[in-house]
Design a binder for this molecule. Structure first.
Ligand code: FAD
Length: 537
């Protein structure tokens, strides 16, 4: 366990978080012979997969890709059981990694970092922990996650409710606790889509409160046949390399033709085949221009709506579920099992919050502007204060720049999504304006940690101990991320991708959407040229 006594030695690397990011950072630091002190609020490793234990939680990037690639032994010895592993299996995997590489010894658990202050004279970061202890180190790595700070429920009256309240991102009950109850699920993003069908099976009645109808495709989860696993394992290094050079960190299908290059019949047939395939390489990836041409996108969007009308028997409910407020893919698409079918159950009903926003909650009901719904339990599936939420909560501060929150008061500004001007020796793993938002995040995490490690190694070799991006290089990166997203339909849509889900959050698109392969090649070129955008002193 990490020492935090007042006499604790200064470490090379301080790190926040023991999810995929923090664990890989610890592994890499140990491999370099660097001392490392990591802190984690949770009692154990896992990050996302420790906290999000709601019924139905599972990844929606296929597990054979959504896993570490850094150790051939690890990828040979671990066998995924399903196409999209459930939360418990992903958590077992992360536990296995922590045990196999003896990583827990680098972390102190049940410990929250509440402040991080740069000491300019010593060229050190000092962390303040919720225990009151402090700890100093040369480099600070934020592995605090993009989706680790639950969004506040911004509707008045939750405190009036005397029934059971639980959030998907901090699930504390069992599904049985909802059995026979009148349950409300608020939110139909990825978590809502995954838990709604399972809650419907046990609830006396389930009322789903939907603000924005989303595009939900069948996950088509299945057991992974032994032969598939064997083929993947025998080919893993090559598969991983394809992922690293891809757009989204998964093996892309080479698509070059556009939606209107083919006849209406052929387009429909291709959407049907893509619908059977599902996943991020499904309907939304069938033609090259779906995320850039609104008319092309509308053909795929209408295909998705038609599927909803075919599945959902009640025309009014089907109509409310049809996504009409944003192009397909411009917000994160969801993948579920029996999501739309669930609305055919006699014990399930849908309330559109666009038509009747929640006014308040009473002790036993949710009151909207049009009616009142009696419930015994409220499940909040309302998402996260993405990317900046966990970073701002660290209270990262330097005497010159002030807090990160102040520095980014008009919007996020980073260099490569990894560093930010005014905050020396501070590195974000899978940070805002990195490819994390629109990729298989583990691919992005491994690349970031490797790149940061190389940069620190380079600085050490030069006899330097301060690393900070130049403002001009940062300005260029912000321009690149904006220009890249402005070529796509992401730019047309308000979503958590740009902070629109949190009241008062400045609007910045929180990711680089040019692709993990292109990004990797840019980062490699920067390293090859001895980091021209970075001041090393
Ligand atoms: P996290 O896993 O979020 O871990 C960060 C850790 O930092 C947390 O444990 C947190 O407690 C800790 N922490 C934060 N602040 C502090 C502090 N101040 N002090 C101490 N500890 C702190 N991505 C994909 O690519 N594919 C998927 O299929 C996918 N599915 C997802 C499903 C769900 C339900 C969710 C919520 C996210 C999903 N993601 C998915 C995104 C997922 O967050 C990342 O893939 C990945 O787990 C991020 O790892 P991380 O270590 O960077 O962050």
């Amino acid at each position: 366990m990490t020492d935090t006594s007042s006499t604790a030695p200064i470490v090379d690397v301080l790190c926040v978080g023991a999810g995929f990011s923090g664990l890989y950072a610890a592994y890499k630091a140990a491999a370099q012979g660097w001392t490392f002190a990591g802190y984690e609020t949770a009692p154990d490793v896992g990050g996302t997969w420790f906290w999000n234990t709601y019924p139905g939680a599972r990844c929606d990037v296929e597990s054979v890709y959504y896993s570490y690639s850094f150790s051939e032994e690890l990828q040979q010895e671990w066998t995924w059981s399903e196409r999209f592993a459930p939360q418990a299996e992903i958590l077992s995997y992360i536990n296995h990694v922590a045990g196999r590489f003896d990583l827990r010894r680098h972390f102190r658990f049940n410990t929250k970092v509440i402040a991080a202050n740069w000491l300019p004279d010593e060229h050190l970061w000092e962390l303040t922990l919720d225990s009151g202890d402090t700890r100093r180190g040369r480099y600070l790595l934020a592995g605090s996650g993009g989706l680790s700070t639950p969004k506040d429920f911004d509707v008045p009256g939750l405190e009036n409710f005397t029934g059971l309240t639980v959030s998907t991102s901090r699930w504390t009950i069992s599904l049985d606790d909802l059995a026979g109850k009148r349950v409300a699920v608020i939110g139909t993003g990825s978590s809502g889509v995954q838990c709604i069908p399972l809650i419907a099976e046990v609830a006396d009645h389930l009322t789903v409160f939907q603000r924005t109808p989303n595009y939900v495709f069948p996950a088509r989860n299945a057991r992974l046949p032994a032969q598939t696993v064997a083929e993947i394992k025998s080919n893993y290094p090559a598969i991983r390399e394809v992922c690293r050079q891809s757009l989204g960190g998964i093996p892309d299908r080479p698509v070059t033709d556009c939606a209107f290059d083919v006849s209406d019949e052929e387009r429909q047939e291709r959407y049907e085949r893509a619908y059977e395939r599902s996943g991020f390489l499904g309907v939304g990836a069938e033609f090259a221009d779906l995320l850039t041409n609104p008319e092309a996108n509308e053909t795929a969007a209408e295909f998705a709506r038609q599927k909803i009308r075919q599945i959902v028997r009640d025309p009014r409910t089907a109509s409310l579920l049809e996504p009409r407020f944003h192009p397909l893919g411009a917000k994160r698409s969801c993948f579920g099992t029996d999501f739309y079918e669930t609305f055919n159950r006699p014990n399930v009903s849908l309330v559109s919050l666009r038509d009747e926003p929640i006014a308040t909650l009473t002790s036993d009901s949710i009151v909207t502007e049009r009616g009142s719904y009696d419930v015994d339990a409220v499940v909040l599936a309302i998402g996260f204060d993405a990317f900046t939420g966990p970073l701002f909560a660290l209270n990262v501060t330097t005497p010159e720049a002030g807090t990160l929150r102040d520095a980014w008061s008009d919007g996020v500004r980073t260099y490569l999504g990894i560093m930010t001007a005014g905050f020396p020796n501070f590195f974000m793993i899978g940070g805002p304006q990195s490819p994390a938002l629109a990729s298989n995040v583990v691919v992005t995490i491994e690349q970031a940690v490797d790149w940061i490690t190389d940069l620190i190694t380079h600085a050490k070799a030069e006899g330097c101990d301060v690393i900070e991006p130049a403002t001009e290089a940062q300005d260029d990166w912000v321009s690149i991320t904006e220009a890249t997203v402005n070529q796509t339909l992401y730019a047309t849509t308000d979503s958590w991708y740009r902070g629109s889900n949190v009241t008062g959050k400045p609007s910045t698109f929180l990711g680089y959407v040019g692709g993990v392969g292109k990004y990797r090649r840019m980062c490699a070129e920067i390293a090859k040229r001895d980091y021209p955008g970075v001041r090393i002193g």
